[in-house]
Write a new protein. Sequence first.
Length: 472
Amino acid sequence: MTTRLWGGRFESGPSDAMAALSASVHFDWVLAPYDIAQSKAHAKVLASAGLLDADELTTMLNGLDALRDKVLDGSFEAKFEDEDVHTALERGLLETIGAEVGGKLRAGRSRNDQVATDLRMFLRNSARDIAALVTDLQLALADQAAAHVNSAAPGFTHLQHAQPVSFGHELAKHIHALGRDIDRFRDWDKRAAKSPMGSGALAGSSLKLDPVAVANDLGFDGVVENSIDGVSDRDFVAEFLFTTAMIGIHLSRLGEEVCLWSSREFAWATLDDAWSTGSSIMPQKKNPDVAELARGKAGRLVGHVTSILVTLKGLPFAYNRDLQEDKESSIDAINTLHLVLPAMTGMIATLKFDTERMAASAPEGFALATEIAEWVVQQGVPFREAHEIAGACVRKAEQLGTDLNGLSDADFAEIHPALTPAVREALTVEAALNSRSTVNGTAPSSVQLQLDAARTTIAHLQSWSQVQPHAI
């Protein structure tokens, strides 16, 4: 049985090429449980409006429940001829309860408000699923950071040695970047939590249905304020895809660092066998494929948000078929992150770090030069002059082929009288780390407090991710 939701004014069906272009059921079938939940809510307001009697409502709800069970266990599947998820489910309902009652469900709604509602429900639940995976990665990073609070490492700017940092501080920066991504989802969710149902094709319905009751039944916080906007708004898709792209970018940046850390030139990190691969020709290779694939998938995710923005920019309001492009990109973004995030979490959790090598590298490249400048400032010298003094120390050390600690007391005194032998107290990695004890600094004592606070925040984010607003 094929049930097309349109066609009364057409003498024939679409051509094969037209049907192939128009079909979306091969990807929008993921919306089926949400469409059934929305249909149940719609049936209730049809009954409240006197368009279904009590027996018909019971038949309708039981039929929809039975259809949902068949969808979830795979015994009812869409066919290509169904065109889209809405058509397939109407066919399933008519096969289950017959056309006399089943045919009444379509009154007062359109595929335009149906799909907008289904997609909001699907993305709101999916945002929480993704957030849960992000918090798993945050916790893996927090565990590694906690193990390396007291491990010194070079900090970099422009990929050049800059200043020594706690390696725990270095790892923890990724926790905060990922936390902002979940915060974006939480902020986005406030705007996505409005139901378009009741918008109809674009102008609402004359059947005196209650959109507020549908919204409440489905787990929304309210109803969209304008029916035309309700069916044409895809801001929520663009925002969702922007956040998934930012997650991808943050994973890519983390992956890039893992590639550097595990390279022979750095040799800071060793990948676990379970989270790396070898070469088909070079038997010695151990490749950071998880990190590299994370970089690659980021481009895919950025492409999705670009695609929806370009699609939307030229559209007039109300529904246009171009909007069918919103779902494949969203579904792929979700699936992509469900692949990448667990792999990144596993890779990070099992990394082994050579802390001795990192510590030995921490003062290299004159990374303690800022300590001289700031020590001189504490002697009352303006920083503009102190900066020049520290630079002169670097120049002298380069001339002598030594590091800053290799300068003699006479060398320091020759550069500036403020450089007394006491400056050497600042010229250790330990002193450099401990001196930066501000609330967001790299002193181990500060980093430990930061990590404690981060775990509290992660627990809060986990709580948000575990409560899905839309039951299916």
